[in-house]
Design a protein around this ligand. Structure first.
Ligand code: ADP
Ligand code: ADP
Length: 233
């Protein structure tokens, strides 16, 4: 059962300084992701990975082809798709707890439930002791965990990560990779994960499959199945 289907997707950006000839960033981009699958997307910088994530999340439009989630064409922001961006994007003046609650507030979740759910997901990511700290009182790894908790809180079926661990030191990165797998495998229904990374090691460690893109205009060139058993504790 495909949860995500991208078929011959084209995305054009106008060329700077030219009105006539747009540049194709994605051209014939094809990708299918099964429900509950963990797929990593690799490719050279500028090949259109973030562009595709944004299209999938409904944050950007596209010019041709089709992007389907659960068989339905993506149009506008999809609350079934949760995106964890590279730079955390936490509100600096709000505590970890409040940063998570804000995401629920915009989705109309009542106050008591917001508080409860936020506390719960902070526990899931191992930050129950840091709920009342402000972002500047947290390490980079902790901030990234708050960002993950914020997305988990509204329970999307699809989690999308745009190089979430790129800015972290090796030790924190390995810790969070293991954490992410634990969270992914602990869910009652496994979430579908699309994970953009520059690290082939990270992709092999985390994923069921790896899709590799060509340089722009991006399209998927190769798909690998990852058969290696994941290390477990
Ligand atoms: P990646 O995530 O693979 O590094 P991106 O999707 O961020 O690639 O970008 C792909 C290409 O599209 C890049 O050349 C980038 O400069 C260009 N691009 C991305 N967003 C825009 C935009 N809003 N307007 C014009 N060009 C853009
Ligand atoms: P990354 O390589 O980490 O994906 P980029 O630097 O390519 O990051 O893009 C960061 C953001 O800037 C994206 O949201 C992208 O849409 C936007 N962007 C990238 N290139 C351009 C561009 N040439 N014009 C306008 N926006 C751009």
């Amino acid at each position: 059962e495909w949860q995500i289907e991208a078929k011959r997707v084209t995305k054009l950006y106008p060329k700077p300084g030219s009105r006539k000839e747009p540049t194709a960033v994605l051209d014939g981009f094809d990708l299918r992701i099964e429900k509950g699958e963990f797929l990593s997307l690799l490719g050279p910088s500028g090949c259109g990975k973030s562009t595709f994530l944004n299209i999938l999340a409904g944050l950007e439009t596209y010019n041709g082809g089709a992007v389907l989630v659960d068989g339905k064409r993506v149009s506008g922001v999809n609350k079934n798709v949760g995106v964890v961006f590279q730079g955390y994007a936490l509100f600096p003046w709000l505590t970890a707890q409040k940063n998570v609650e804000v995401g629920l507030e915009v989705r109309g979740i009542p106050k008591d439930e917001r508080r409860e759910r936020a506390a719960e997901v902070l526990k899931t990511v191992g930050l129950e002791h840091a709920a009342n700290r402000l972002p500047h009182q947290l390490s980079g790894g902790m901030r990234q965990r708050v960002a993950i908790a914020r997305v988990l809180a509204y329970e999307p079926e699809i989690l999308v990560f745009d190089e979430p661990f790129a800015a972290l030191d090796a030790q924190t990165r390995e810790f969070l990779q293991a954490e992410l797998l634990r969270i992914w495998e602990a869910g009652q229904t496994k979430k579908t994960i699309l994970f953009v990374t520059h690290s082939i090691d990270e992709a092999i460690f985390l994923s069921d499959r790896i899709a590799v893109m060509t340089k722009a205009p991006g399209r998927v060139k190769t798909i690998f199945d990852v058969d290696l058993p994941r290390p477990r504790d």
